[in-house]
Design a binder for this molecule. Structure first.
Ligand SMILES: Nc1ncnc2c1ncn2[C@@H]1O[C@H](COP(=O)(O)OP(=O)(O)OP(=O)(O)O)[C@@H](O)[C@H]1O
Length: 350
């Protein structure tokens, strides 16, 4: 009998993933990673809901204490990034280092089970010609989460099932109701887990970073106002600057050394090229010559045509077909060929 360990967050997607695999005849075991220190409420609620699902499906349930791993890989990583004026993307890092790799290791070593599954909306297929596991966008484009999964290794993709990749969110809700799952009517999470549990990113960061007042300046260095800490800002941000100006102003740069927030108009916040580091080539091997693709520079940004130019040190230069607004060091750039996720990496600088 095929066996699989399903990562359960206590939400409807992972509940349905477990129920569907169970229904298909897999021997399913549920597992929740206990992630957050201190702010335990969302985790404990999630664990109770996940335990209920396992009880309902009559499958074993495991909890793995991953709080130290989450603290080191996500909380410390975020805090040190914001201190340097960078806006790190925690989710892709969390998926690789905190969720998928440890879950697969636990499944294989502790439970003797080869495969894991999650409720992510994305698809995996094995391409015989290139001998690679490829990652594809979900059929439900609106829910597609492939962007956050670009950093998964071949080994992790080989060991993972995404049962919801071909399912729309509406179908997921319908299946949850059909199976009478206790999580069927749970509301969708709206934000990063850290933000949901702390109220806002600012509240979360204020716990770790001392506020240090500094200047808000324009591109010429004229002082326009004061800020209470550069970690309260992100590139492209327009709201909350507290500056009256004739035209809309956006954060275009964060200068950690001078402790300054630099603002400008929309054009000055746009650029047509950027460099990307720590690339993970997913569906194809690293090319030696430039390729065409379409790229997203944020989770919800519209894909735009791009020339992907390999640099000598295995970084990449992206040259966009049209200037992109709010390119943010620390966020991920992920490029695709149609539905196929080719690769992604961390935006370094313009
Ligand atoms: N703490 C956790 N332990 C184990 N697996 C998890 C955990 N958090 C998330 N996952 C897995 O990752 C998937 C995507 O997580 P995400 O946080 O994006 O939630 P989601 O899309 O709202 O899904 P859900 O409805 O299942 O909460 C989940 O469906 C689940 O399989």
């Amino acid at each position: 009998m095929n066996k699989v360990v399903v990562g359960l967050s206590g939400g409807v997607d992972s509940s349905v993933a477990a129920a569907v695999l169970h229904h298909q005849g897999y021997k399913v075991e549920g597992l929740t990673l206990w992630l957050m220190k201190g702010k335990g409420q969302c985790c404990s609620e999630g664990m109770v809901d996940a335990a209920k699902i396992c009880e309902q499906l009559e499958i074993p349930y495991h909890i793995v204490d991953s709080r130290d791993l989450f603290q080191e890989n996500i909380v410390d990583y975020l805090v040190s990034g914001y201190e340097q004026g960078i806006t790190p993307l925690p989710c892709s890092q969390c998926n690789r280092a905190v969720k998928f790799a440890p879950m697969l290791q636990y499944a294989q070593k502790e439970l003797g089970i080869d495969k894991i599954a999650t409720g992510h909306y994305a698809r995996i297929r094995y391409d015989k010609a290139s001998d690679r596991y490829q990652l594809l966008r979900a059929v439900d484009r609106h829910k597609d989460q492939s962007y956050f999964l670009y950093d998964l290794t071949q080994e992790l993709l080989a060991g993972t099932i995404f049962p919801l990749g071909n399912t729309t969110k509406n179908e997921t809700r319908r299946i949850a109701a059909e199976f009478n799952l206790s999580t069927a009517n749970k509301p969708e999470s709206q934000d990063l887990c850290l933000v949901e549990s702390h109220g806002s990113m600012r509240d979360f960061l204020d716990k770790y970073i001392n506020r240090q007042e500094g200047d808000v300046v324009d591109l010429e260095g004229n002082i326009l106002g004061k800020h209470q800490g550069i970690h309260h800002y992100t590139i492209g941000q327009r709201k909350g600057l507290g500056i009256a100006a004739a035209q809309p102003l956006y954060v275009v740069k964060l200068d950690a050394v001078m402790n300054r927030v630099i603002v400008g108009d929309r054009t000055s916040g746009s650029c047509s090229e950027c460099t990307v580091k720590r690339i993970n080539w997913v569906s194809i091997a690293q090319p030696k010559t430039p390729i065409r693709a379409s790229v997203q520079v944020r989770y919800r940004s519209k894909p735009v045509g791009v020339n992907v130019i390999p640099l000598e040190d295995s970084r990449i230069r992206l040259v966009f077909d049209e200037p992109q607004f709010g390119i943010t060091p620390g966020q991920a750039a992920v490029w695709y060929d149609d539905d196929v996720l080719l690769a992604g990496g961390i935006i370094e600088k313009e």
